[in-house]
Design a protein around this ligand. Structure first.
Ligand SMILES: O=C(O)CCC(=O)C(=O)O
Length: 267
């Protein structure tokens, strides 16, 4: 992943079209199965380290039971996650959807193990911005480290719900109308922030579903994660100017509006 491939322009254009139409897009197999399996190993190691540091992997109120394993602060725990944030095709996609001055709001994982149940129905934009939700202002870039299926807890989402503007417009039968994501390991699922969704139930006997969620937003939305506080200085120092900007590691925040200031990324 350190030597990432060039931007796949066709994939980006196709994903942007599907995001506009449906609110979701699958970018198949950006990682090989071997790379996805390696990322999964790193995620379990990160989970062990996070637990050792005293951060619980089950958050009461977020998931109904402890079969959902949550891992926070991925950027601090392993360099592989910073590499994923910088993946050229994904970076191009997010930049064209939200503007090149987008920021990373959060990067965490949810491993749905057998027996996991659905969380509360929500949209990710509703978590960081009051209604009305009128335009794309965030996108979740979901890295699939395992195959994702209806049975193993593929995220249930309501296609087209990026057109919902207020809480009052969320249909009462939203959950019944939701469909699961299905994608092979190594894929990225791009889910626009206005899409209403919930985690699926993992009804398999022995299959984990491991997803890492890189939540990206317009630069004026306060991030969910304070990377400056959460990421160790020696890890922060490994990032170049663009990633430092995306993670908000420098003194200035909420300044580089391209329309006013031009391209400040240095690229
Ligand atoms: O794990 C999933 O499928 C969805 C998780 C989610 O929506 C969340 O953590 O906010």
């Amino acid at each position: 992943m350190r030597n990432s491939p060039a931007v796949d322009e066709g994939l980006v254009a196709d994903a942007l079209a599907r995001l506009a139409a449906d609110g979701v897009a699958i970018l198949p197999e950006l990682l090989t199965r071997a790379e996805a399996a390696h990322a999964l190993d790193r995620l379990w190691a990160a989970s062990t380290e996070s637990t050792r540091r005293g951060v619980p992997t089950h958050i009461r109120g977020l998931d109904p039971n402890a079969s959902n394993v949550r891992v926070f602060n991925l950027v601090d725990l392993d360099p592989i996650f910073g590499d994923l944030l910088a993946h050229p095709t994904v970076d191009a996609l997010v930049g064209r959807l939200l503007g090149r001055d987008y920021i990373v709001s959060n990067f965490s994982a949810n491993i749905a193990r057998p027996g996991s149940e659905s969380m509360v129905v929500h949209s990710d934009l509703a978590a960081v911005m009051p209604e009305p939700w009128l335009a794309p202002a965030s996108v979740n870039i979901i890295w699939c480290f395992t195959d994702v299926t209806a049975a193993n807890g593929g995220t249930l989402h309501l296609p087209g719900s990026h057109h919902i503007r207020t809480l009052a417009e969320v249909p009462a039968d939203a959950v019944e109308r939701m469909v699961p994501f299905e994608a092979p390991a190594g894929s990225v699922i791009a889910m626009e922030g206005r899409v209403w969704h919930t985690s699926g139930r993992n009804v398999t006997a022995d299959e984990d579903r491991a997803l890492a969620f890189a939540y990206c937003t317009k630069p004026y939305l306060r991030p969910q994660w304070n990377f400056t506080r959460a990421v160790a200085p020696e890890v922060q120092s490994t990032f170049g100017p663009l990633m430092r900007y995306r993670l908000g590691l420098d003194a200035q925040l909420n300044m580089p509006n391209e329309a006013v200031f031009g391209d400040l990324s240095g690229s």
